[in-house]
Design a protein around this ligand. Structure first.
Ligand code: ATP
Ligand code: HSE
Length: 322
């Protein structure tokens, strides 16, 4: 369903000529994604994923692809972009940018246990530490300025009650993110979309092992605490209510803290960071729901889910940081 750009055997073989990856063995379209065309690509040299970028441009891609390369080189389990014979990581295929990365093993876990949370938190903390010396800069393109720019487009679709709720949350973030406290928090290139479907696990449900983190295409420089908030708002909740599953969120925060200890300032802003993370996805989901892209054929994610998560982060249980 989501193979927007099909490829023939010959086109794939021609593209492979730009790499030292051996001969084509098989190519199979992946139907899961909604942004790009992805294929599992097997060659005589190994198993890879070939991506044709449907939305991101050639100029926008280096930040994301080099970031994966930077992390993979440091031994963090993320797809390793393959270097072409011309030394580049990105090429052209069917008039669109395209790359080949290593295929990670495992699958994503729809119902993560405490152990899955600990493994994902551990790799998140290692990613944060490892991007401190990443030289490319791009702010989180789905950060506060994006919410402010796009709220007026969404507002006409919302009830008065939801508009006041949205504005209350947005105003809190404007005050917070202008503060010297927020600006002083540790930051570097973050995944910014570390949801369950972007982490692969090997092993069994009872005894999982980290397969790796995928889909870095919302990555940007942001506060580490925001990235943690994004993750726990997805991994550690009851999906029907948005409430935290307390043992899961505790497991996440403890595992992260063991690798990269939280600071006093982060403890101070934590409840607001959780609301920032909920507002970020409520905004993008409202935007995609009411203002879908012209060519979009797939069902957008449910915005009311993040409305509930945000409500919970104002009135419900907030875990304390270790
Ligand atoms: N390097 C990889 N190794 C193993 N599997 C991968 C890899 N990259 C992608 N996949 C598989 O392809 C699926 C779709 O990939 P991805 O999530 O990146 O799609 P997308 O269209 O780029 O983004 P989105 O999830 O935002 O729609 C994943 O769920 C995963 O199963
Ligand atoms: N994780 C986002 C989708 C973008 O990958 C969401 O659930 O709204």
């Amino acid at each position: 369903m989501a193979v927007f750009t099909p490829l023939t055997t010959e086109q794939t073989q021609d593209f492979l000529l730009h790499y030292n990856l051996g001969e084509l063995v098989s190519l199979q379209g992946i139907t899961a994604g909604i942004e790009n065309t992805n294929f599992f690509l097997n060659t005589t040299k190994g198993e890879f994923v070939l991506t044709i970028f449907e939305v991101l441009t050639f100029e926008q891609l280096p930040f994301y692809i080099q970031l994966m390369y930077h992390l993979a080189q440091k031994g963090i389990k993320v797809p390793m972009p393959q270097v072409r014979k011309d030394g580049e990581l990105i090429g052209h295929l069917m008039g669109k940018p395209a790359s080949i990365v290593t295929r990670l093993s495992g699958g994503y876990e729809a119902t993560p246990s405490k152990t899955h949370c600990m493994l994902a938190a551990d790799i998140q903390a290692h990613i944060h530490l490892a991007t401190q010396d990443y030289p490319l800069y791009q702010e989180n393109l789905r950060g506060l300025p994006w919410w402010q720019a796009n709220y007026p487009k969404i507002a006409p679709f919302l009830s008065d009650e939801l508009n006041s709720f949205y504005q209350k949350a947005l105003n809190e973030q404007i005050t917070l993110q202008e503060s010297s406290l927020w600006k002083s928090l540790p930051s570097s290139a973050c995944h910014c979309d570390l949801f369950r479907d972007n982490v692969l696990f090997d092993g069994t449900y009872q005894s999982p092992a980290m397969g790796g983190v995928i889909d870095f295409y919302f990555a940007g420089v942001d506060k580490w605490i925001f990235d943690v908030a994004v993750a726990v708002n997805d991994w550690c909740i009851h999906r029907d209510t948005g409430e935290f599953i307390r043992p899961h969120v505790k497991a996440w925060l403890d595992a992260y803290h063991k690798v990269r200890p939280f600071t006093k300032e982060e403890r101070e802003v934590w409840p607001q960071a959780l609301r920032a993370a909920a507002l970020r996805f409520w905004t993008s989901r409202l935007y995609d729901f009411y203002l879908p892209r012209a060519a979009e054929t797939l069902k957008p994610h449910d915005p009311t889910h993040f409305e509930r998560v945000l409500q919970q982060r104002f009135t419900g249980y907030i875990p304390t940081l270790p």
